[in-house]
Ligand binder design. Structure first.
Ligand SMILES: [Zn+2]
Length: 416
């Protein structure tokens, strides 16, 4: 394009200057309209990033994934290893120590507690093989310290309080093993509380659940309300002396799934200073879109299991495998990063920038079309920049907000 003579360009210059001033005023002082993709990538790699929920211990246990090796996520059932964390600029993670839920009996609780301890042992052993790449850590400030040292911080969370059974001493035991949050329950009720995916039993927290939260506050463990029922969230938020977290949850207003959080719950969590870590699991981001072959396969399977007890010890695994085969044979159309960031937009609009973060659920089923594993996490930062979030906003989303809650939880435990 040929440049017009200077005087012809004056109105153009005035207009562009006015536009820049407007943009500067509207979206904050840190937005640079001439930011290049290289700038965005450099920024993403420079900031502290933390993902509060990955199920990688399951991949260590069942598939023997070697964290030092780069895996193709389309070939292996693995979304995280150290080379891909480096590629995706992911500094710190919470490994979820997840166990399946069985009978709520003394023997059931004892067996699953042992299983959780075995997974902790295995995770510690695996991480200790790579002292140059990562460390298991327990304090909020450890992530920044390790980022400077060029190493990954691996925090531990217990997904489902079921291994605690009915013994409050187990909260101390898991704290001593390095666990720094407990997701109070999973897809079914346990001795602590009601789940979002089960029939109400206690009307929220059980009397034992109240004790568990009090002990977690005393020790300095974050209370994680992902997977819990609405009444459980309300009671946990009001009971906990420290702000609570949702380690991996999305917005119900954006996608109506029982696992997602309603606007009133998001508001409650934020009002007490808590943080909601957005999850990348397809069904929590967008409703399953109509797909003829997949839909009819689902109808056949639902029909087959109608009236059968799919939670009995014998049926549970068969049911899980049949659904897993269906998803393999008729994969659902994956949502995109833009769909996921719509949840961030909604939450930020509702409760402000100080209460939103990211907990992907990678290795636990999460995948987006353009963020299929941790190596593609910079696509989230790209989308946030595109939508006008400032650098300071993006820092808060990637770690600032979560670390504020984590630090507060530690301080309250230390100063009581
Ligand atoms: Zn989960």
């Amino acid at each position: 394009m040929i440049n017009p003579p200077f005087f012809n360009r004056v109105p153009y210059l005035i207009l562009t200057s006015l536009f820049s001033i407007l943009l500067f005023t509207c979206v904050g002082p840190e937005v640079n309209t001439s930011v290049t993709d290289a700038d965005i990538l450099a920024f993403h790699h420079s900031i502290l990033t933390i993902d509060t929920h990955v199920d990688t211990p399951l991949r260590l246990k069942y598939e023997g994934i070697d964290l030092s090796q780069h895996h193709d996520p389309y070939e292996y059932n693995s979304k995280l290893d150290f080379p891909r964390m480096d590629e995706g600029g992911l500094d710190a993670v919470f490994f979820a120590i997840w166990t399946p839920q069985r009978a709520r009996t003394d023997s059931g609780h004892a067996a699953i507690k042992q299983q959780a301890i075995d997974i902790l042992d295995l995770t510690e052993a695996e991480i200790s093989r790579f002292p140059q790449s990562a460390e298991i850590v327990t304090r909020s400030q450890d992530a920044s310290r390790l980022q400077v040292a060029g190493k990954h911080a691996i925090y531990l969370g217990l997904e489902n309080g079921y291994p605690i059974g009915t013994d409050i001493n187990n909260v101390d035991l898991f704290y001593q093993r390095g666990i720094r949050y407990i997701t109070l329950c999973h897809m079914t009720n346990n001795e602590i509380c009601d789940s979002s995916n089960d029939t109400p039993e206690f009307g929220g927290l059980s009397p034992f659940g109240v004790e568990v939260i009090e002990r977690m506050n005393q020790l300095g463990m974050m209370v994680d309300i992902s997977h819990t029922s609405e009444a459980t969230v309300e009671q946990a938020v009001s009971l906990s002396r420290a702000p609570v977290i949702a380690s991996h949850s999305c917005s119900k207003a954006m996608c109506d799934n029982p696992r997602n959080l309603s606007d009133s719950l998001l508001t409650l969590i934020a009002a007490k200073g808590g943080v909601i870590q957005m999850c990348l699991l397809s069904d929590y981001i967008t409703p399953d879109p109509p797909q003829e072959a997949r839909d009819s396969a689902q109808t056949v399977l639902k029909q087959k299991w109608k009236g059968m007890d799919r939670r009995s010890d014998t049926n549970r695994e068969v049911y899980r495998l049949e659904w897993s085969d269906l998803n393999q044979n008729f994969p659902r159309k994956l949502p995109s990063v833009a769909d996921a960031v719509d949840h961030i937009d909604h939450m930020v609009e509702l409760v402000g920038i100080d209460h939103v973060g990211i907990g992907t659920d990678f290795d636990g089923g999460a995948a987006l079309s353009d963020c299929f594993d941790v190596s593609e996490l910079p696509n989230i930062t790209r989308e946030l920049f595109k939508r006008g979030y400032s650098k300071s906003d993006i820092r808060k989303i990637w770690s600032g907000n979560l670390m504020r809650v984590f630090t507060r939880v530690e301080q309250l435990a230390e100063t009581q």
